[in-house]
Design a protein around this ligand. Structure first.
Ligand code: IFM
Length: 449
């Protein structure tokens, strides 16, 4: 077996990371504008003010996608670009930008996949309490309704939230990301519950305003687990470890099941409740019904995983990695098996058509004297990972793969020093140069159509 005929082959990006034009044409400030402008928050004080200037170079970027053989593209709408205060007044210039992007994609036979929230909270909403404020559930719903009303005549595939684990964990627990808070366990769990309710409300409002039947999903992230051997005991241990809840209260967001079980099953995992119920806000049946508003697709961002074996005590054991274990330029382990076992375990549990909404690697890319970027490490990474993904088509209903990322961009608090693109961006002049991996990916797509 191999990929479906209509498999989505794409790249992913997000608004703040590539668009720039942070205060152009009536866009309101978002929490990343404020955070990146605060001293000491990002490496070298980098901001997304200009980023890749995709806002002004959109047509050139879409042409580049087409020339590289992509049939799909995943991007996020910046909430503050179309609703500068997060609610109320609609910024038509912002709407026009996404209208033109969508039209340009369709003109080039590229299917748009839209993400509502890739971490760009309007600062005005944040000032009103942001995710802590239960009213944000309704405001996020209104934003979703606007997106459906204006774009769903042409956009069918919509993800609500990107990596809630990260924007809650890094934004409100460790404080490394915007808005840079270290909240109490109680507050972060309140944020968690409101975030999931906002997802559910967005699903309802998207459907209400949809101009065609939509395919709606969520795009969480997580470190996958894979077995040390084919022994069924190791497989069972890996499955268990993947859906387990971390013990450390400072790391509670880093799990799969506390985010996905409520969406798909309408309940928080027992293990999660046993550990954290005392700190959770009041949870009603109506909340759980809202959170589990039916979705059509599941997006999972997968970058790496951990090898697991069944311990002698009958519990999953994390197999220690040797000191020379392969790693990416930003120190993430290289574990291709995660793209087989991740989809397999996720599909088994959630039984929902699956997209790999992000996967890719950070490399030390340099412009060579011949004018090219020979990113052999990324080509090696992709060929190993995609070999596993192809195998996974036998065990999961896989619908698409989005490489992170189309081009080098603003890597949040790491600024511009971490390069994830298949296209090199020279940040002195914003020139785009497809790396060797871009041509490799183009050829891979062509040979697997
Ligand atoms: O750049 C990020 C993206 O915004 C979310 N997922 C992980 C990527 C690489 O860190």
């Amino acid at each position: 077996m191999s990929y479906r005929k209509d498999f989505a082959w794409g790249c992913a990006t997000s608004s703040y990371q590539i668009e720039g034009a942070y205060n152009t044409d009536g866009k309101g400030p978002d929490i990343w504008d404020v955070f990146s402008h605060s001293p000491g928050r990002t490496k070298n004080g980098d901001t997304g003010d200009v980023a890749c200037n995709h806002y002004h170079r959109m047509k050139e970027d879409v042409a580049m996608m087409a020339s590289l053989g992509l049939n799909s593209y995943r991007f996020s709408v910046n909430w503050a670009r179309i609703l500068p205060e997060g609610r109320g007044f609609v910024n038509e210039a912002g709407i026009r930008f996404y209208d033109e992007l969508i039209d340009e994609l369709l003109k080039n036979d590229i299917t748009p996949f839209l993400t509502l929230y890739h971490w760009e909270m309007p600062y005005e909403i944040y000032k009103r309490g942001g995710w802590m404020n239960p009213d944000t559930v309704e405001w996020f719903g209104d934003y979703a309704a606007l997106v459906a009303d204006r774009f769903s005549d042409r956009v069918k595939n919509i993800f609500t939230l990107n990596e809630p684990q990260c924007f809650v964990g890094l934004g409100y627990v460790s404080g490394e990301h915007a808005p840079g808070l270290k909240t109490t366990l109680q507050d972060s769990l309140c944020i968690f519950h409101n975030v999931l309710k906002s997802h559910g409300r967005a699903v309802q409002r998207l459907r209400e305003k949809a101009r065609q039947p939509l395919m709606i999903g969520i795009a969480p992230t997580g470190s996958m687990c894979y077995p040390a051997s084919d022994d069924p005991k190791d497989i069972e241990a890996a499955r268990k470890a993947l859906f387990a809840i971390p013990e450390d209260p400072n790391r509670w967001t880093w799990n799969v099941s506390a985010w996905s079980d409520p969406v798909f099953f309408g309940q928080y995992p027992n293990e999660f409740l046993q550990r954290f119920e005392a700190y959770m806000p009041q949870i009603t049946d109506a909340d759980m019904k809202l959170i589990s508003e039916p979705v059509d697709i599941y997006g999972q961002n997968i970058y790496n995983g951990h090898m697991i074996r069944m311990g002698e005590d009958g519990n999953p054991t994390y197999v220690e990695r040797p000191a020379d274990f392969p790693q990416t330029a930003n120190g993430w382990p290289i574990t291709p098996e995660c793209l087989y076992w991740g989809p397999r375990f996720l599909y088994e549990r959630y039984k929902t058509p699956l997209y790999i909404t992000e996967n890719g690697t950070c490399c030390n890319d340099v412009l060579s004297p011949d004018g090219a970027v020979h990113d052999r490490d990324r080509v090696n990474f992709l060929s190993q990972y995609l070999e596993q993904l192809e195998k996974a088509t036998e065990v999961a209903d896989l619908r698409g793969y989005f490489l992170w990322s189309l081009m080098d961009n603003f890597e949040w608090n790491r600024g511009y020093s971490d390069r994830f693109g298949m296209v090199y961006v020279d940040f002195n002049n914003l020139q785009r140069i497809p790396k060797d991996s871009a041509y490799w990916y183009r050829d891979y797509i062509k040979s697997h159509k």
